[in-house]
Design a protein. Structure first.
Length: 102
């Protein structure tokens, strides 16, 4: 009886791990500029800051985002451009394999 309960618990854990892995969307954030830029990349569904530093010119940054019920992600990029100029980019409906350029 104990072995049966353990196998049920193990099966449920395995199923929950595979579902959790499916809740992620992998995308590239690309600094398309010829200059290094300071950027903060935020996963808007999980509310997590994934990157907050300089991103080299022409560099790709792979990130893993949480997805919503529709299987798509939402990302925000906050970019510092000079001393007083800043830009916020908000992308909704992001699918796995996408490239978000700034």
């Amino acid at each position: 009886m104990m072995i049966k309960k353990l196998s049920v618990v193990a099966t449920l854990l395995l199923l929950s791990v595979s579902v959790a892995a499916a809740d992620k969307v992998t995308v590239d954030v690309l600094n398309f500029s010829d200059m290094d830029r300071w950027v903060r990349v935020t996963d808007m569904i999980c509310g997590t800051v994934l990157w907050e530093d300089n991103l080299d010119a022409q560099r790709r940054l792979p990130v893993e985002l949480c997805s919503g019920d529709d299987g798509k992600a939402k990302i925000q990029l906050y970019i510092r451009i000079g001393c007083s100029k800043n830009k916020t980019i908000l992308k909704d409906g992001v699918e796995s394999g996408a490239t978000i350029q700034f």
